[in-house]
Design a protein around this ligand. Structure first.
Ligand code: PLP
Length: 469
């Protein structure tokens, strides 16, 4: 794909003359009022690009377990799950109790405290590469810091990234997720910054090897180890192993961005699930039990670049890193409670099993309905390939990496993808827009049946209005 090509949906999406959209609007009249108000406050009326829904999204009043409710009193099975942070669903009692116990003891000490040690020790116990840890507030901050640490450790400037992989929104990674796959600078990003990032296709070891062996200035490579958008474009374990070997051979650091797959693929993340240890990893979402929190973890000698004493001893400039809200006590309390459950129970497997059963149920229904859509996913969630070219393929082939990111991510019919989202909302299910979502341990067999039925009803409505063959 060139810089002109994009997998980002165009705007506005034409949703005119759609009874499905009309029914959604009728059901969400209160949200329409709030969406109009929001457009006077926020660009597009939203506070996160992934919450962009046409003609408007739902406005939520509260959530519990696997459900949330909107201002019109509609109840939804909730899959976005705090953008993947809520492996345990909404309000897991142990996490809630830990936060409630901490509230009233001070929101922020502006000093060190024991809870941050306990949180860090949990992360060290669980994540294989976590010899040393620095907490921060978001996955974006974590990937930015990991890149700085890699550059400092190796004395090299460039970072190799994989087309379509998501690492947050900072300047180094804004290009290459939805567009600018050729390394050109996205609007607002300095050309010089963009030029420090090299782009290569996922699952192409020869291409990565040629770049890594052809330069002595690549500090690190960063990737989502389960594949772009956490498995929407699956990565093969042999590719990961190949990257590990190339990293060692070329002195390039390997960074796993486990912001979403950490504590989800397995208690020790993708690195434990695959038995491949990166030099550094970035963690977020589940790590903080639903509060804002993230971390860079990795080899002690790499993170030691931030250590005052070590830097002085080495005669090196200490790597600068701050963060007002790093490891606040309430975040630590939530994180400890969530990670204890991850460590001591089989929650990761529960979510994986639910996701698998949902995928099987969806595919049976798609086959019965005669639509070419395919559900897939292996890590406690699901993705639905809308298959605009009607390819004769299946779940196993997609998961085996037969199709490229350009095929699996291209929203060839953005109106259809948006209507799918609105259609399932209309039937009481909220998913992410690609379409797909992580799942949680709070989801029940009834939720699964409702989700399959919501997709079935949506297929019917789309056919009635001629949007689907
Ligand atoms: C793999 C990955 N990296 C980085 C990020 C960015 O994290 P945050 O939204 O906390 O900045 C995300 C968020 O979805 C992610 O999934």
């Amino acid at each position: 794909m060139s810089s002109q090509q994009t997998t980002q949906p165009p705007c506005p999406i034409n949703l005119d003359n759609s009874p499905l959209v009309d029914a959604y609007c009728k059901k969400t009249a209160g949200s329409i009022v709030l969406a109009k108000r929001a457009r006077k406050i926020f660009p597009t009326g939203i506070t996160h690009d992934a919450r962009y829904i046409e003609p408007h999204g739902i406005y939520v009043t509260h959530a519990d377990g696997s459900h949330k409710w909107d201002v019109d009193g509609n109840k939804y099975v909730d899959y976005p799950g705090g953008h993947g942070a809520l492996l345990l669903g909404h309000n897991p009692p142990a996490v809630l109790e830990a936060v409630q116990t901490q509230l009233g003891k001070g929101m922020h000490y502006g000093a060190s405290h024991e809870l941050e040690l306990e949180w860090g020790e949990r992360v060290q116990q669980l994540i294989p590469c976590a010899e040393s840890i620095r907490f921060n507030n978001s996955g974006t901050e974590a990937t930015m810091l990991a890149m700085r640490l890699a550059r400092a450790n190796t004395g090299r400037e460039k970072i190799l990234r994989f087309q379509g992989h998501f690492h947050g929104w900072h300047d180094y990674v804004s290009g290459g997720f939805l567009n600018h796959y050729d390394g050109t600078a996205p609007r607002g990003v300095p050309v010089g910054t963009a030029q420090t990032i090299l782009h290569t296709p996922p699952n192409d070891l020869a291409a990565a090897a040629a770049i890594l062996r052809g330069s002595n200035d690549i500090a690190a490579m960063i990737l989502e180890p389960t594949g772009s958008t956490w498995g929407q474009v699956p990565i093969q374990p042999t590719f990961l192993q190949g990257l590990r070997e190339l990293a060692t051979e070329t002195g390039t650091l390997l960074i796993f961005d486990e912001v979403i797959c950490g504590f989800r693929c397995s208690p020790g993340g993708a690195q434990q699930a695959y038995g491949i240890t990166p030099d550094m990893a970035t963690l977020g979402k589940i790590i903080a039990g639903g509060m804002p929190g993230a971390a860079v973890v990795g080899r002690r000698d790499i993170l030691a670049g931030m250590d005052f004493r070590q830097a002085a001893q080495d005669g090196a400039e200490k790597i600068f890193h701050m963060g007002t809200f790093n490891a606040t006590p309430t975040t630590c309390a939530a994180g400890i409670a969530a990670l204890d459950i991850v460590r001591d129970t089989d929650v990761c497997q529960q979510a994986i099993d639910y996701g698998d059963a949902l995928i099987n149920g969806l595919n049976e229904m798609f086959t019965a309905e005669g639509v070419a859509w395919i559900a897939y996913g292996t890590f406690g969630g699901f993705h639905v390939f809308l298959n605009p070219q009607q390819l004769a393929t299946n779940r196993a082939e997609i998961e085996a990496g037969v199709h490229s990111y350009a095929t699996l991510k291209a929203p060839n019919d953005p109106a259809l993808a948006m209507k799918v989202r609105l259609g399932v909302l209309l039937h009481g299910v909220d998913i992410q827009g690609w379409p797909g979502s992580p799942v949680s341990t709070a989801h029940t067999p009834e939720d699964r049946e409702q989700t399959i039925d919501a997709f079935r009803q949506t297929v019917g409505l789309l056919r009635e209005e001629g949007a689907l063959a």
